[in-house]
Design a protein around this ligand. Structure first.
Ligand code: SF4
Length: 171
């Protein structure tokens, strides 16, 4: 297995947009910065380290988090300067097929790119940031700092993320 880049976590308040359900009619590539940022639900899953099976290409998430992730809030401590601090931090804009594979299936960007809409628990739908944790999607309180786990032990920390596909309703 080999390491793949950690992702990003943004934390823009959903109220930054005032255009209704823009994600239902504005393509990802045409979104404004505010629309794009408001899509991030703050789950922190993309900030988990991943291992890629070199044979199958399958990506496995671990509970080991980027050193810049706040383990209590699941937010990046240095979001505006994350690329300077962590050069291999995954930039999700623009998205491509490889990047999609490194995002969890629950990620709003991946869901929209795959035509699945937003889940009921997404803050833009629920109107509440707390709905992400309530649905079991946040990594807050469940990660290990990458600096405390040697790389050869990462396979011991592979996890199964809660599957958001159990949630049939999308918006
Ligand atoms: S996985 Fe997607 S929705 Fe969750 S924090 Fe990362 S970019 Fe945001």
């Amino acid at each position: 297995m080999s390491e793949v880049p950690p992702g990003t976590a943004s934390a823009t308040d959903a109220s930054a947009t005032d255009e209704g359900a823009f994600w239902q009619h504005v393509p990802l590539e045409a979104m404004s910065d505010a629309q794009w940022e408001s899509l991030c639900d703050g789950c922190g899953r993309c900030c988990l380290q991943k291992l890629e099976d070199e044979g199958t290409g399958e990506v496995h998430f671990t509970r080991i988090a980027c050193r810049e992730l706040d383990p209590d809030t699941a937010r990046c401590r240095h979001y505006p300067t994350r690329f300077e601090r962590v050069p291999d931090c995954l930039s999700v804009r623009p998205l491509d097929r490889q990047k999609l594979a490194w995002l969890p299936s629950s990620c709003a960007y991946r869901r929209l790119a795959e035509g699945r809409g937003l889940a009921d628990w997404h803050p833009l739908v629920s109107g509440c940031r707390g709905s992400v944790a309530a649905a079991g999607m946040s990594v807050a309180g469940g990660t290990l700092d990458e600096r405390r786990v040697p790389f050869h032990r990462w396979p011991e920390h592979v996890i199964e993320l809660v599957d958001d596909e159990r949630e049939p309703q999308v918006r």
